[in-house]
Design a protein around this ligand. Structure first.
Ligand code: HEC
Length: 257
């Protein structure tokens, strides 16, 4: 099954476009970058690469459905429910870790979570669920409940030399204000439900990145100790922010600054 790949401009971006006259509008350089991207979009090539990799290492959509023990028709809805507790893994996993499992079940050495091949394959796999609404169930089992609680804790806990938490910059009170030249994005369902737009192409990095990778970027910028990809804390953060995006239609690949 093939689904259309959509390019999504985040709401934060759209609002800065519509207030182009304001002091904190997108910089001319950023505007040029978006214009260039909408003409000539490398994100689509990366998703296409991901599709080839999934074919080669997992047997395509059919192979992935088989690995998840769902029908190919149910695959999009199933993918829209990640992160999930998978009994084979004995833990809550994000889609990239599930893909590692699918690769090894097919006799291949899995890509590492931080490899660009994994970012591309993860982007393609999530795009299978394009237009589906995020249907994560944080009450599905004790493991998901625990992951949600841990994610909320990681999100709220102030750390690092500057004593910042994720919430310090992304809480309702502060979103829309400006840090250096960047608007602080709202990560909640009332604003931009960002989990529906990752994996995304980051223009400033010229590459596809996962949501967990984006978290690491914020950790680095804010001088918080960087948590490893795929660790229980990282997956928990993804669970927490995906719950905030529940009901939002998935649109992969996102297009981000
Ligand atoms: C010092 C302030 C600050 C802290 C602390 C911070 N962020 Fe961010 N975050 C930002 C800014 C600014 C951006 C947007 C940057 C840009 O547009 O390039 C951003 C972007 C993001 C995005 C991408 C939003 C989108 O549009 O898709 C996510 C996800 C995110 N942050 C999550 C987190 C998480 C999780 C934490 C805690 C580990 C965190 N942030 C901590 C300032 C912060």
């Amino acid at each position: 099954m093939k689904r259309g790949i959509k390019i999504v401009l985040s709401v934060a971006l759209l609002s800065s476009l519509s207030f182009a006259g304001e002091q904190f509008a997108m910089s001319a350089a950023d505007r040029a970058m978006y214009a260039e991207m909408s003409e000539n979009n490398p994100a689509d090539l990366m998703v296409a690469n991901g599709e080839e990799l999934l074919d080669k290492y997992v047997g395509g959509d059919a192979g992935l459905a088989k690995f998840f023990k769902v029908s190919e028709d149910d695959l999009p809805t199933y993918i829209a429910g990640f992160p999930r507790y998978l009994p084979e893994f004995k833990q809550v996993v994000a889609l990239d870790q599930a893909l590692q499992g699918a690769m090894s079940a097919n006799g291949h050495k899995p890509f590492t979570l931080k490899s660009s091949n994994m970012f591309d394959m993860d982007a393609y796999a999530k795009s299978i669920a394009n237009d589906e609404k995020i249907n994560i169930d944080v009450n599905a089992n004790p493991q998901m409940k625990q992951a949600y609680a841990l994610g909320e804790k990681v999100y709220m806990t102030a750390r690092g030399g500057r004593g910042l938490s994720c919430n310090s910059c992304h809480s309702k009170e502060i979103v829309g204000t400006v840090l250096r030249t960047q608007k602080l994005p709202d990560l909640s369902s009332n604003g931009v439900a960002v989990a529906a737009t990752w994996p995304a192409y980051r223009m400033t990095k010229s590459s596809m990145k996962t949501l967990q990778n984006r978290f690491q970027g914020c950790m680095k910028n804010a001088l918080l100790k960087v948590i490893p990809l795929g660790s229980p804390e990282m997956v928990a953060l993804e669970v927490y922010l995906t719950q905030k995006a529940k009901g939002t239609e998935i649109s992969i690949p996102g297009l981000k600054r």
